[in-house]
Write a protein that binds this ligand. Structure first.
Ligand SMILES: *[C@@H]1O[C@H](CO)[C@@H](O)[C@H](O)[C@H]1NC(C)=O
Ligand SMILES: *[C@@H]1O[C@H](CO)[C@@H](O)[C@H](O)[C@H]1NC(C)=O
Ligand SMILES: *[C@@H]1O[C@H](CO)[C@@H](O)[C@H](O)[C@H]1NC(C)=O
Ligand SMILES: *[C@@H]1O[C@H](CO)[C@@H](O)[C@H](O)[C@H]1NC(C)=O
Ligand SMILES: *[C@@H]1O[C@H](CO)[C@@H](O)[C@H](O)[C@H]1NC(C)=O
Ligand SMILES: *[C@@H]1O[C@H](CO)[C@@H](O)[C@H](O)[C@H]1NC(C)=O
Ligand SMILES: *[C@@H]1O[C@H](CO)[C@@H](O)[C@H](O)[C@H]1NC(C)=O
Length: 553
């Protein structure tokens, strides 16, 4: 079952692919594609900003490009790869999942014989009494029912069931990973179980609710101290993994006292030409600042307000008023690095700077390297950037000799778990068992000069014939595309059950959890599900194994 895999933008979670070595596959990928000449999606260097610092194609891709100049491909450049994408998936391999036989073993006293029913010998005329969700036997029954129902995922932990909406329902949460996924993340689900009791008091699970229906089992994580004053990480930090579906608490860190503020050392970047640029540019610059702060053992004072570039906005205008937390996991950043929001910082600074004699060191030339600032004793180092591009880009600080000294801490940046939650809801509706195809069309297909073959290569007929050998008839196929009219892909419907992002609108519309959480985060103002979010989610639904092929830094 290798055939499907050489199509670089096709992947699947199917059991047949078990045991395949993703890296070996990627290694063979480009070559095979070239030989066979099945070119659907190409990467054309021209689509990158000439000096896009983020994309350093691997040698293989470069070779591939120069040898087939007519290829009509494009990479998903629009989405930033973040820390969790680079985590070796094998970091979780050591965790053993819960086998159904494990549950049986714990169930010493249950005489249920492995089914999803639970027999209680003494009925005590309790026919109509509520189900006791806390009963360990009920717990075991629910675990068994869950493991048997969801074959394509592995379970790592079950939470104790709690009462659901009424006397005959229980809610239970669990942590899982798709059997086939290459993500380093864990996922959390919690569902509502309907339990019935028969005449002889046998309990059985008669229904399991949809994804995230067991709201009562959704517990908050224990509060951790805010990230401020955290000692910069050591290299041998313990690996933390995202848990998608866990409650997010990304409130801003607060400074507890004057003395802790005045003892602190800070770094802030102000001004510059990075605003409203692409998200790649934003992160490349932000991570330079964060890298410098870590190198200097200082707290980074950051601006959480982001300007969304017109390339992602529905208005086609740059849009101010976005927030770092719309797109990235601030909770993770706050917990693993020392950061402070600038509004809070300036308040405290103005309060205490004079009284405590806090010094400020202003740096206006990006050529002053972090190494030269290592001995600065002032409380605050402020890098100020001018108005002339490109010398006013933050990332210029990390160029030259600094490059080998200051590392960009990619592992501190994860995608927003609220967005990832939408991704896992989609995957869950597809039972974690689907193929996906990434098709770039949109305006590019119309530009025949720049993309002479794109229209033809992504025409439904060509696609059908290309996919024919790789994806079995009748499969669920998720199509990630920038083609505005999904009816364009109607011909594929005869063979496959096709799915597009917009089919899942309810996950971000006004009644969704995402919407209400974002509104709360945004001080009561609704947040639009913008172009960058769309494309983040769309490309994430794609199985993870391809991502290792990107080579940053
Ligand atoms: C590129 O396209 C031109 C014109 O369509 C064709 O003559 C040429 O052989 C193609 N080159 C490759 C490498 O496919
Ligand atoms: C896990 O990945 C790392 C590289 O990221 C590699 O060095 C190591 O050998 C891998 N371990 C296993 C068990 O595959
Ligand atoms: C569960 O354990 C049994 C016996 O140890 C084993 O045969 C079976 O393959 C395991 N199931 C999975 C999904 O690993
Ligand atoms: C309890 O709730 C479940 C699902 O919400 C429903 O199917 C069931 O009929 C309810 N039971 C009672 C007794 O109301
Ligand atoms: C109890 O009733 C259920 C269904 O009504 C039946 O499947 C089960 O075998 C019965 N168990 C006993 C011990 O009678
Ligand atoms: C969120 O975390 C902060 C700091 O870690 C804590 O002070 C706050 O109480 C938490 N909020 C909620 C709602 O748990
Ligand atoms: C930062 O702290 C580490 C460990 O405490 C120390 O080794 C390093 O020299 C410090 N760096 C600077 C620039 O002060």
């Amino acid at each position: 079952m290798w055939g499907r895999s050489y199509l670089s933008r096709t992947g699947s979670f199917r059991p047949e692919n078990l045991g395949q070595n993703a890296l070996a596959m990627i290694g063979n990928l480009c070559f095979t594609m070239f030989v066979i000449g099945v070119l659907i999606f190409t990467i054309i260097a021209a689509t990158y900003e000439p000096e896009d610092p983020l994309f350093h194609p691997s040698t293989k891709i470069t070779t591939f490009l120069t040898s087939t100049s007519n290829a009509t491909f494009k990479s998903d450049n629009t989405v930033v790869r973040t820390g969790e994408d680079f985590m070796a998936a094998n970091q979780t391999a050591f965790a053993t999942f819960i086998n159904i036989t494990d549950v049986e073993n714990i169930t010493e006293s249950a005489e249920s014989g492995g089914g999803n029913t639970l027999e209680v010998t003494s009925c005590e005329g309790s026919m109509n009494s509520p189900i006791d969700c806390r009963d360990p036997e009920v717990f075991h029954m629910l675990m068994r029912a869950t493991i048997e129902r969801f074959k394509d995922i592995h379970f790592y932990r079950f939470g104790k069931p709690v009462r659901g909406s009424n006397d005959s329902t229980c809610d239970m949460a669990w942590r899982f990973r798709p059997t086939e996924g290459k993500t380093a993340a864990f996922y959390k689900d919690y569902r509502r179980f309907v339990i019935s009791r028969s005449e002889n008091c046998t309990l059985s699970v008669v229904g399991i609710g949809d994804y995230h229906t067991g709201m009562n089992a959704r517990k908050r994580k224990k509060n951790q101290k805010p990230g401020f004053e955290k000692k910069p990480e050591k290299q041998d930090q313990k690996i933390s993994l995202p848990v998608v579906g866990e409650v997010v608490n990304d409130t801003l860190p607060v400074v507890e006292s004057e003395s802790s503020f005045s003892r602190g050392k800070y770094l802030i970047y102000t001004g510059g030409g990075d605003r409203c640029k692409s998200m790649n540019h934003y992160l490349w610059s932000f991570l330079c600042a964060l890298g410098e702060a870590q190198y200097l053992n200082r707290t980074l004072v950051m601006d959480l307000k982001i300007c969304l570039s017109s390339i992602y906005s529905s208005s086609n205008q740059d849009e101010e008023g976005k927030d770092f937390r719309f797109y990235f996991d601030f909770e993770h950043l706050r917990e693993s690095a020392s950061v402070l929001d600038q509004d809070q910082f300036w308040l405290d600074w103005n309060k205490w700077q004079k009284r405590d004699g806090l010094g400020l060191n202003l740096v206006e030339d990006f050529r002053v390297t972090p190494m030269k600032l290592a001995d600065v004793k002032d409380s605050l180092i402020m890098r100020k950037f001018g108005s002339v591009e490109p010398d006013n880009y933050w990332y210029r600080v990390c160029e030259g000799e600094t490059e080998s000294v200051v590392q960009r801490p990619w592992h501190l940046i994860w995608k927003s778990r609220r967005l990832m939650d939408i991704v896992s809801a989609i995957a869950s509706r597809l039972n974690w068992d689907y193929d996906s195809v990434h098709i770039e069309r949109g305006d590019k297909a119309k530009n025949r000069e720049l993309w002479p073959n794109l229209a033809a290569d992504t025409s439904p007929d060509t696609l059908l014939s290309t996919l024919r050998d790789k994806i079995e008839d009748g499969r669920n196929v998720y199509i990630a595309t920038n083609e505005p009219k999904t009816s364009f892909f109607d011909p594929l419907k005869d063979k496959y059950s096709t799915h597009f992002l917009d089919e899942y609108k309810d996950l971000w519309d006004e009644n969704s959890e995402w919407y209400s959480e974002m509104t709360k985060l945004n001080n009561g103002n609704p947040v639009e599900f913008d172009g960058y979010m769309r494309v983040s989610v769309d490309t994430e639904v794609f199985p993870e194994r391809e991502k290792a092929d990107r080579n940053f830094q």
